[in-house]
Design a protein around this ligand. Structure first.
Ligand code: ADP
Length: 495
């Protein structure tokens, strides 16, 4: 809290939850090691956090195993689990501003966005899954002989969960919500860039009554703590959100260890398609939001803006003007739309892609360089005349760089939009119902937003086609990731 007091702009918040959470206790790493978590506004250290590795993962899995095999959590009436999750949601609301402050401080996202959108979404999502807790049950099935057949939907066991840094608290909630509602226990490996908010929230979950060992949180790095979790023989299920390349690694680790089932939510290069009937001003605003939201650090970012040739020139002019108007600065200040990128690695990577865009002949309309000389701020950048084979049209940039491409007709845009190894999301902007129907059916993506973008309600499933992932999170679909189906067959004496 000392740093918070020194910085007049940061709301008071406790940054003292820095240890690992194992078996209901905050403890040091077995090695005693720590690592710094940095403020993306300055690169300064916020706090030193315990650095978990394989030995800590072993301890955390042992606690989760015991809590699953012997503890009350999978055995208590579902209604009791529901009450704990509901109390947790209440506590999130009570601590909304502190959680938002931690999120902004550790991640760099605008405080207003964290406080008014993301933290409330976490509470909402926990209530949604609390609602499912006492509505999970099996079926009876017909048999050909004199048998009574029923299915039991049982929790799968110890869930290992690995999350990224772009929405630290929301990703934490998407993962633990269904896992806990179904009666599983969890070992969570947070992203090394953003360990703080999950630790704070986990403390609240214990305050709400969660039994010790049900949720364990290990801060640390991917190749050490993350890999140990993915390859652990006592982990029954793995859920991962992150890059496609790391997704391949963890899937391999899961296969080579105990064949634990894996769900993956990976990268994207989502098309945002502006049709010829578009109201250009509205389309520009939505396409801008689809790309620039969260500093462009969204796996589903609308990072290929396809614009029909009839409205293309007007669109480019207005997209440029909108990007120039975007307010970039200290994310704790009011009215700020864009804060710094997460860290120096992402910052350099994005600037590299911008250079590649210029070198490959795209037109740099605005931006293209860092903002200021401190922290990881990048000017909102717009490229026009982008061609499909340019790196900026193919790779996930994960930054505030909009690439505008011109298209002729629906057939042309469908082919090009689908010609990517990714398939996470797509945006369609049109007033024409036939155009909307054609596109929503033809696009190979897990989500198609029509005349909207980035709508993430708890009940809406999210996940990817192709190399954007396996399985779905949120909604009813995520429950099956955390349940086993047991068929029970008994003879009928008097059929
Ligand atoms: P990003 O580029 O967004 O950091 P990553 O996929 O590398 O994407 O990171 C997402 C999460 O995966 C983080 O929690 C990170 O620590 C973890 N991770 C990275 N490498 C590995 C690995 N080899 N095994 C398991 N987890 C990993």
């Amino acid at each position: 809290t000392a740093a918070a007091v020194e910085d007049p702009i940061i709301p008071a918040v406790n940054v003292n939850y820095t240890q690992l959470l194992i078996n209901g206790q905050f403890v040091d790493a077995a090695s005693g090691k720590t690592f710094p978590t940095l403020d993306p506004r300055t690169g300064d250290v916020i706090a030193n956090v315990s650095e978990g590795d394989a030995e800590d993962i072993n301890r955390a899995v042992a606690a989760a195993r015991k809590a699953f095999d012997e503890g009350p959590w999978p055995r208590m009436p579902a209604y009791e689990r529901q009450r704990i999750l509901l109390r947790f949601a209440d506590l999130i609301e009570k601590h909304n501003d502190e959680l938002a402050a931690l999120e902004t401080w550790d991640n760099g996202k605008p405080y207003e966005q964290a406080a008014t959108i993301e933290v409330p979404m976490v509470a909402r999502l926990m209530r949604y899954y609390a609602g499912w807790a006492d509505k999970i049950h099996g079926l009876t099935a017909p048999a050909d002989g004199p048998y009574h057949v029923q299915t039991l939907h049982e929790p799968i066991g110890v869930a290992g969960q690995i999350i990224p840094w772009n929405f630290p608290l929301l990703m934490f909630a998407w993962k633990i919500g269904p896992a806990l509602a179904c009666g599983n226990t969890v070992v969570m490996k947070t992203a090394e860039q953003t360990p703080l908010s999950a630790l704070f929230a986990s403390n609240l979950l214990h305050e709400a009554g969660l039994p010790a060992g049900v949720l364990n949180v290990v801060s640390g790095f991917g190749p050490t703590a993350g890999a140990a979790l993915a390859s652990h023989m006592e982990v029954d299920k793995l859920a991962f959100t992150g890059s496609t390349s790391t997704g391949k690694v963890v899937l391999g680790l899961a296969a080579r260890s105990n064949l634990k089932p894996v769900t993956l939510e990976l990268g994207g290069k989502s098309p945002f398609i502006v049709c010829e009937d578009a109201d250009v001003d509205t389309a520009v605003e939505l396409a801008h939001f689809a790309l620039f939201f969260n500093q462009g650090q969204c796996c589903c970012a609308g990072s290929r803006t396809f614009v029909h040739e009839r409205v293309y020139d007007e669109f480019v002019e207005k997209a440029k003007a909108r990007a120039l108007k975007r307010s970039v600065g200290d994310p704790f200040k009011g009215g700020i739309e864009q804060g710094p990128q997460i860290d120096t690695e992402q910052f350099e990577k994005i600037l590299g892609y911008i250079r590649s865009g210029v070198e490959s002949g795209a037109t740099l309309e605005t931006g293209g360089e860092r903002l200021g000389d401190k922290g990881f701020y990048i000017k909102p950048t717009v490229f026009s005349n982008v061609k499909d084979d340019m790196l900026i049209a193919k790779d996930e940039i994960f930054g505030p760089v909009q690439s505008i491409l011109k298209f002729k007709d629906l057939e042309d845009v469908v082919r090009r939009a689908n010609s990517t190894p990714y398939g996470l999301a797509a945006g369609v902007f049109t007033e024409n119902i036939d155009t909307a129907n054609t596109l929503t059916r033809a696009l190979r993506a897990g989500t198609v937003w029509v005349n909207c973008f980035d709508i993430f309600d708890a009940a809406i499933p999210f996940g990817g086609y192709k190399m954007s992932g396996q399985g779905r999170e949120k909604g009813i679909y995520s429950l099956s990731n955390y349940l086993q189906v047991k068929a029970v067959v008994t003879p009928l004496k008097n059929p």
